[in-house]
Each structure stands twice: as C-alpha cells, then as structure tokens.
Design a protein around this ligand. Structure first.
Ligand SMILES: Nc1ncnc2c1ncn2[C@@H]1O[C@H](COP(=O)(O)OP(=O)(O)OP(=O)(O)O)[C@@H](O)[C@H]1O
Ligand SMILES: [Mg+2]
Length: 288
C-alpha cells in the first residue's frame, strides 16, 4: 500500500506524522519504505534522526542511480529510507518525463507500505505524487486557513485526475475549461452526460475509487475533534469526494522536542498522547 502525505500548507506536520506512522507500522512487523519527496526542502532525514544521508533523490534525477539503490537503513527495524533531493537549486521543478520515471520506480518498490512525504502546496509535481495512490492522506491543523486549503488540495487532485482521464478527448477538455469553477463537479457531470453518458460513467467510477484520507493535527481543544467530520461532510457535499477520516494527533511537547532532538516521538516517548494518537490512526488504517 502506498501512503502519500500531502497538505496545502507548510509546517502543519506532514513530515512528523509520515515519519512516526512509518515507524509505528515498521515496529508492528510490516516492511516499510519511507521516502522524502519534498524535493526543494528535504528534511525527513532529520526527523528520523539521520544526519547527512550519503545518497538521495538527486542521484536518481541527475546521476542515473536506480531508485532501489537509494534505499538506506533508517535505524529502525523493518524501515528503509530514501532521502530527498539535497540542496540542488531548482530541483523541485523536475521535468515531466523524469517525474513519470520516478513514479513508475516507486510503484515497483517492494514493501508492505511505501510512505511518501510531500512538499506543501498544489503544484502539479506535488499533486502527481499525491495521486500515485487513490488513498492519499491529507493533513490539516484546526486553523481555518489550513482547513480551507483542503478544498484547494482536493480540487487540485481531482482536476489533475480528470485531465489524465480525458486527456485524449478534446470535447471533454473543452468542458473542463469552461465549467464554471473553481470546480463544480455536479455541473461538470451534467454536461458530460449530455455529451455522452459513458463519459459521466467514467467520471463516476473515478470518483468512486478516489478515497483520500484525512488527519487533523495539533488538536488543542476536545471540540476540535469535530473538525474532521465537518470537513468530510463539506467535501462530499461540494466536491462529491468521499474522504475517510483517519482521526487526529493532539498538540504535544513531545512532538516539538522530538524534532529538536532528532529522535522520533513514537520511539522516544511511546506512551505520550501523540504516540497513542498515531497508534489509533494505524488501527483505523489497517482495519479498513
Ligand atoms: N502534534 C504536534 N504537536 C506539537 N508540535 C507539532 C505537532 N505537529 C507538528 N508540530 C510542530 O510543527 C513543526 C513542523 O512539522 P513538519 O515539519 O512535520 O511540518 P510539514 O507539514 O512537513 O512542513 P513542510 O511543509 O515545511 O515540510 C514540527 O517541527 C513541530 O515542531
Ligand atoms: Mg515536511
């Protein structure tokens, strides 16, 4: 299973949650690979406690290394790590064909779980990695600006999916361009049905398969636990996209300290409230 970790904003906890979920899965006996796909600002190695990885994605992109050759020990049993790009200016703008090659190589990796930490935002490069799987994980905090960015993120991921689905169909591309937006899926579907009912069926099948998952991070108040449910309902109502709510991670000093000391909280403080949240998220993920 591939788990991509995305979110519209920076600094919301994508990397710490991806790292600690990967560790929790690995410690439960699963074979896990975690990859830092934040090409411009790779920092997952630091969160995992690895000072300077000898190889990284820059060696795949520029030096012809196969992706498999970049796998390194993470220091945690069952968990292998692929480091991000390193400091190469402009590397986040990888050419389309290199991105496709990278995506194909990721799909060929052998593991029970492949965890991919993404850059913030909805650039095509980031969204294309998010869309490697139908069940990408979006992270938000309870802040309104972060919650709002979920809608942009979902629209971005959806838009990229329909552009791929209908890329050889000029009539549909025209509809996509002229449907009032930012993205009105109901109007879009209606116009597709009028053109050809099978196009509307293709859209339905894509929407049925696209089941992103949500984690609300940095919860401070107990009332914040409703945020996940509200987001799910709004996204379903406005975008017709069904999100699965994986739960939340509470605000905890253990998370902050773990980043400072370069020691993942799930290992350093397994009984901390944030570690318990990670366990609960893993249970929801694996029992579905
Ligand atoms: N649950 C939490 N409790 C306390 N602090 C947290 C929590 N989650 C995240 N943080 C703080 O937020 C910081 C940023 O987290 P992280 O690097 O995972 O964000 P990110 O979304 O990956 O950012 P970027 O988009 O820049 O890569 C952490 O270093 C930590 O200090
Ligand atoms: Mg990050």
């Amino acid at each position: 299973m591939i788990l991509t970790f995305g979110g519209g904003k920076g600094g919301i906890g994508k990397s710490v949650i991806a790292a600690n979920m990967a560790i929790a899965l690995a410690l439960s006996g699963k074979r896990v690979i975690i990859m830092d796909a934040d090409l411009g600002a790779a920092n997952l190695h630091a969160i995992l406690g690895i000072k300077s990885p000898p190889l990284g994605l820059k060696d795949f992109i520029f030096n012809g290394y196969p992706l498999k050759a970049l796998l390194m020990d993470s220091g945690v049993k069952n968990l292998k790590f692929i480091s991000g790009a390193g400091d190469v200016p402009g590397i986040s703008n990888i050419p389309y064909r290199v991105k496709l090659k990278l995506i194909n190589n990721i799909k060929e990796l052998k593991a029970d779980y492949i965890v991919i930490d993404l850059a913030p935002g909805i650039s095509y490069n980031t969204i294309d990695f998010f869309n490697i799987t139908d069940n990408g994980i979006i992270i938000t905090t309870p802040e309104v600006t972060s919650v709002m960015s979920i809608f942009s993120y979902m629209k971005g991921a959806f838009h990229r999916r329909i552009m791929n689905l209908f890329k050889n169909n000029d009539d549909v591309i025209e509809i996509i361009k002229t449907t009032k937006g930012p993205y009105n899926i109901i109007e879009f579907k209606d116009r597709l049905s009028k053109l050809n009912i099978s196009y509307a069926e293709m859209l339905d099948s894509m929407l049925n398969n696209f089941r992103p998952m949500l984690i609300v991070n940095r919860l401070r108040k107990s009332t914040d636990t409703d945020i996940g449910e509200s987001i799910m309902k709004l996204v379903k109502k406005n975008l017709c996209i069904e999100i699965k709510n994986l739960g939340h991670v509470v605000e905890s000093d253990a998370v902050k300290k773990s980043v400072e000391y370069m020691k993942p909280f799930f290992i350093k403080e397994p009984n901390d409230k944030a570690s318990i949240c990670i366990q609960e998220i893993i249970s929801k993920l694996t029992y579905s």
